[in-house]
Design a protein around this ligand. Structure first.
Ligand code: GDP
Ligand code: MG
Length: 166
């Protein structure tokens, strides 16, 4: 099995931390360079049963400038070519305009979208389920996985979900 996985989400939700945790070591590849329309390969995870190519897809995020509108269209095109989208959100913050914008971008794609609800280490256990339920109402996700990228919590669960779509 192998496939392309786009990791998306607004700044500071923990995408870089997640990717570093998945790789299992700190790497410097995730510098936040100016956005381009092209997808970047962030890393390739070689598992026993799968090869997972993680992609950065600029432009899915809310544009700050007019140019961004163009990039958003390009991003939509880029997402069509991937096997799975992992949409990372921050459990400690309310779903906001940044998330709504991305969900709108995702509305037009047929690619399965997994929601990774990150930073669950920062919230009380009993608050996790209501947050997942809240997001479930906003979009028809292929799966919703609570994780802590910082602590490495449930990353196996996320990888397992990813593999079911490769
Ligand atoms: P990115 O902009 O989406 O790539 O986000 P980063 O990976 O740079 O993370 C933004 C901030 O959130 C950093 O200070 C991280 O240490 C912190 N962070 C990321 N993941 C977690 C997590 O699972 N738990 C906690 N508590 N903090 C996290
Ligand atoms: Mg980052």
């Amino acid at each position: 099995k192998s496939g392309f996985v786009a990791v998306i989400g607004r700044p500071n939700v923990g995408k870089s931390t997640l990717i570093n945790a998945l790789i299992g070591q700190k790497i410097a590849i995730m510098s936040d360079k100016p956005q381009t329309t092209r997808s970047r390969i962030l890393c390739i995870l070689t598992e026993e049963d799968a090869q997972i190519i993680l992609l950065d897809t600029p432009g899915v995020h809310r544009p700050k400038h007019k140019l961004g509108d163009y990039m958003a269209k390009a991003a939509e095109g880029a997402l069509h070519g991937v096997d799975v989208v992992v949409f990372v959100v921050d459990a400690t913050e309310k779903m906001g305009a940044g998330e709504q914008y991305i969900l709108k971008q995702l509305a037009n794609i047929r690619v399965p979208v997994l929601l990774a609800v990150n930073k669950v280490d920062c919230i009380p256990r009993q608050q996790v389920l209501p947050i997942l339920a809240h997001y479930a109402k906003a979009y028809d996700f292929a799966g919703i996985v609570p994780i802590s990228a910082r602590d490495g919590e449930n990353l196996d669960g996320l990888l397992a979900e990813i593999k079911t779509h490769l």
